[in-house]
Design a binder for this molecule. Structure first.
Ligand code: AIR
Length: 179
């Protein structure tokens, strides 16, 4: 039996001002019952802490690190350079460049040290991608991901139905689906 609720994902961010966005990563992980921890560290303001965390992450049992930062966002890349764990970078939109700076900082890694980069403020997808990585070796997570994808498709069908203003038809086909 898998024990997904154990600590598996480190959600690291450059400052507490990133927390409203990075919480979305935690929401995704909670949806799948995956354990995580929040950490504030900064590649620039506290490089020693960042290095310590990155170097100890695998031994601490983590499987994936999600790192988000705004502006000159070097946190995901620096962490990736100090661990073999997959690192997913979340560019955070802050003034005055609204995330273009952090997107470029995170996505333009040099050959040799990859960081998987999601959309600006795309922390929920970072959580999903972390789950997908772990699902490679976890049937339970894979089944949950299948259900999640099915629920996305069902929502599209529902919206399409409502757009056609044929609620009765929607209900009939919902009932049919349940049989
Ligand atoms: N940051 C912190 N250290 C390095 C960087 N790039 C980022 C944080 C946050 C932004 O600077 O990730 O997005 C502003 O941080 P603060 O603490 O001024 O709110």
């Amino acid at each position: 039996m898998s024990d997904d609720s154990k600590l598996k994902v480190g959600i690291v961010m450059g400052s507490d001002s990133d927390l409203p966005i990075m919480r979305k990563c935690a929401e995704a992980l909670e949806h799948f019952g995956v354990g995580y921890e929040f950490v504030i560290s900064s590649a620039h303001r506290h490089p020693e802490k960042t290095a310590r965390y990155a170097r100890g992450a695998a031994d601490a049992g983590l499987k994936v690190i999600v790192a988000g930062a705004g502006g000159a966002a070097h946190l995901p890349g620096v962490i990736a350079s100090m661990t073999m764990l997959p690192v997913i970078g979340v560019p955070i939109a802050i003034e005055p460049l609204q995330g273009v700076d952090s997107l470029y900082s995170i996505v333009q890694m040099p050959q040799g040290i990859p960081v998987a980069t999601v959309a600006v403020n795309g922390a929920y997808n970072a959580g999903l991608l972390a789950v997908q990585i772990m699902a490679l070796e976890d049937d339970n997570l894979r089944n949950k991901l299948n259900s999640y994808r099915q629920s996305l498709a069902a929502k599209v069908e529902e919206k399409d139905c409502r757009l056609r203003e044929d609620e009765a038809q929607c209900r009939r086909s919902d009932e049919g689906d349940q049989k």
